[in-house]
Design a protein around this ligand. Structure first.
Ligand code: FES
Length: 108
C-alpha cells in the first residue's frame, strides 16, 4: 500500500461514544484511540512516542483536548498529536474522524 492510500474503518455507533468518553481499537495491529471532547472527535495513535507505552488510557481533558501519558506524564494535544511537555518530544499520529451513517469512522 502506498503512503497516500487510506482505509475507512468503522469504530462504533456514534451513540456509543458519549462526550467525555474514549474508545480504543486496533487496526492491523496498531492501537488507535478515539476521544469525544464535548462532541468533537479526535483519533490518535495509542502508543506514546517517548517509550511506546499505551497513551490513551491516561487522564485526559476534554476541555483542553489533551491526554497525559500514564507512564512518564507527557501531555499530548489530541488535535495535533504533538507533546506539550517532556519527556516525549515527537508527535504521535493523528487520524481524520468522521461520522458516516451514524457510525464513527477513522481514516487510517
Ligand atoms: S512513555 Fe509516554 S512519556 Fe514516557
Amino acid at each position: 500500500m502506498s503512503p497516500e492510500e487510506t482505509t475507512t474503518v468503522v469504530v462504533c455507533p456514534a451513540s456509543e461514544l458519549a462526550p467525555g468518553e474514549r474508545v480504543i481499537f486496533e487496526h492491523e495491529g496498531e492501537p488507535i484511540a478515539v476521544f469525544n471532547a464535548a462532541g468533537e472527535l479526535f483519533a490518535i495513535e495509542d502508543r506514546c512516542s517517548h517509550d511506546d507505552g499505551p497513551l490513551a488510557e491516561g487522564e485526559w481533558s476534554p476541555a483542553e483536548c489533551t491526554v497525559v501519558c500514564p507512564r512518564h506524564g507527557s501531555i499530548f494535544d489530541l488535535r495535533t498529536g504533538k507533546p506539550r511537555t517532556l519527556p516525549a518530544f515527537q508527535p504521535v499520529r493523528v487520524f481524520p474522524v468522521q461520522i458516516i451513517d451514524d457510525n464513527i469512522t477513522v481514516e487510517v
